[in-house]
Design a protein. Sequence first.
Length: 225
Amino acid sequence: MATTKAPGAGRYLPENRTLPALRHAASGCRGCTLYENATQTVFGEGPRDAPLMLVGEEPGDQEDRQGHPFVGPAGRLLARALDAAGIDPERTYQTNAVKHFKFTRKETKRRIHQKPSRTEVVACRPWLIAEIEAVRPQVIVCLGATAAQALLGTAFRVSTGRGEVLDLPAEVELRVRQRPMVVATVHPSAVVRDRSDQREETYRQFVADLRAARSAGRRVARRAV
Ligand code: URA
Ligand code: SF4
């Protein structure tokens, strides 16, 4: 975990940790260098009491321009998959492990997505932790390795651990009464990009993992009453 002296989002966190206050503070975050080239901070969105939180990697090109998470092609696939899994997208809180778009520019001026580094993921994690503490979801779905490793540790592998209902490791300190369960799966853009004859199966498995998260939420809910 970052110390107070280390760079990172920690020192930008407001005392008031409501979602609107967090969103406002995150808009001025300079906890790593990614704010320099991106258009804006893309903070999470959704009901403040959403039972399910979805965590992606970082905003994409469209998200960076529009300022909202999951509004591009990956978001459209995600919405369809949630629906197929019996989850109302409107009842989910959607965010990313890293809140600024990282990219390179090709001669064509097209902006090419770049994966955030571990340092950037760690720098940005205070926002994610604050979102989890504010929303207090029953279940967190990590979409892809970046999100999964942000919360489950760098040893976690999506290929072997996907679809399993896991406890959040104790190292992730959270000021909540009931810690959320975690389910990891692939990133929706991996499904979008899959042009192989496995595509249908890739999508089907993605939906199955989302369904596992949904029923984990039900179990948590029953335990709470
Ligand atoms: N991919 C992500 O990880 N997050 C978004 O918000 C959009 C695409
Ligand atoms: Fe801050 Fe995260 Fe943006 Fe880096 S990526 S500047 S830590 S909000």
